[in-house]
Design a binder for this molecule. Sequence first.
Ligand code: FCB
Length: 455
Amino acid sequence: MTAATGPAFPAGFVWGAASAAYQIEGAAREDGRGPSIWDTFSRTPGRVASGHTGDVACDHYHRHSDDVELMRSLGLAAYRFSVAWPRIQPDGSGPVNPRGLDFYDRLVDSLLAAGIDPYVTLYHWDLPQALEDRGGWTARDTAYRFADYATAVHARLGDRVRTWTTLNEPWVAAFLGYGSGVHAPGRTDPGDAFRAAHHLLLAHGLGTRALREAGARELALTLNLSPVAGDPAAAERVDLLLNRQFLDPALCGEMPEDLLKIIDRHAGLGHLREGDLTLIHQPIDLLGINYYCPQYVADVPGAPADPAWPGSEDVSFVHPGGPSTAMGWPIDPAGLTTLLTRLSRDHPSVGLLITENGAAFDDDAPSGGRVADPDRVAYLDSHLRAAHAALAEGVDLRGYLVWSILDNFEWAEGYHKRFGIVHVDFTTQRRLPKDSALWYRDLVTTGVIPDVITG
Ligand code: FCB
């Protein structure tokens, strides 16, 4: 244990770690699970680096008891995981598969027995393939099916789970899934991307309403949000596309006029119905924030739109220089303070929770029973100091969940990018806490940022 005289977090601040079903569970064909769009996508040659799939992943489906014990040994108070919709409804709608629910039932019980609060995310990108075959998120019906699914999961776990998050990062699901096609289902139509974004928001609203009616106590939406730095015109547009496209409807029941014009140009407005904004704008208790880095942009007249950013004509995305993670993402902890203070100012009535923050680095292989990952420790240290600075300014920040508890399947990057604070040997499935996990354990057990960086 390191002597800690650094910034102290308030009592009750929630410390935890996060994961997602497809990235860790494996057991892709077990106990009645149906295929998801990520099964189809990852098995399509050329889509995922090295042809990796989530078929086995961290085998968490079979090892969850050991993984929960590991989390307990690190002193975590909260664990954010997602439920795989295709385990619950293999065909995307209709009858519920009880064996799928049994798994999450066991997981929740073992978490509670270990004194860890389960934070459930209902949708972290693994749409049942059967729903994609009926239009996926470009179909309005998918939002209604999501509300049915949310209700079914709540009926089984609602007696023990307090905090429910509808969606993880709808921007990514819509614009990488249907715009650039870098994520499942791999479609590349800008109109479809905007339609998907709207139907995801509608799913959030319908799901939140259904969960509230069923008695859910704490409701949340997790967004990937970034401050946008650079030339004012470019920055305003990218802020609209990335942040306000989701914040304004979900938290204010509004759709910015300038965004409507962009949507109209790409998708028409036929998918937006009277009353949708009211459905989307349900009261929520927490806004989940996934923060990795800011976006940096410049005005470049004539530049074509990036396929992931329809509507970003005349904008160039730039790297500011300076240090990056293994994803090539710039390291900018001050951006987190900027983001948190802005959200607190613009949306003062919603509590904030950092539902993801962390970094991939090319860690050295384990040696002598240890993985030294000083870059990750430094990343976490600087971002937690930035979060603390926001708290000191009065931001209602309730907790911090590190991404991720385990090295895992990093979507299109396969297993090449390691975000875990715990190393996973994907041949033996052996887990080994990295130095960052031990550093984090010191932090969560004292509430004070250790001032000696483990090296
Ligand atoms: C976020 C995702 C999460 C993980 C991290 C690195 O966009 O929600 O699943 O891939 O990025």
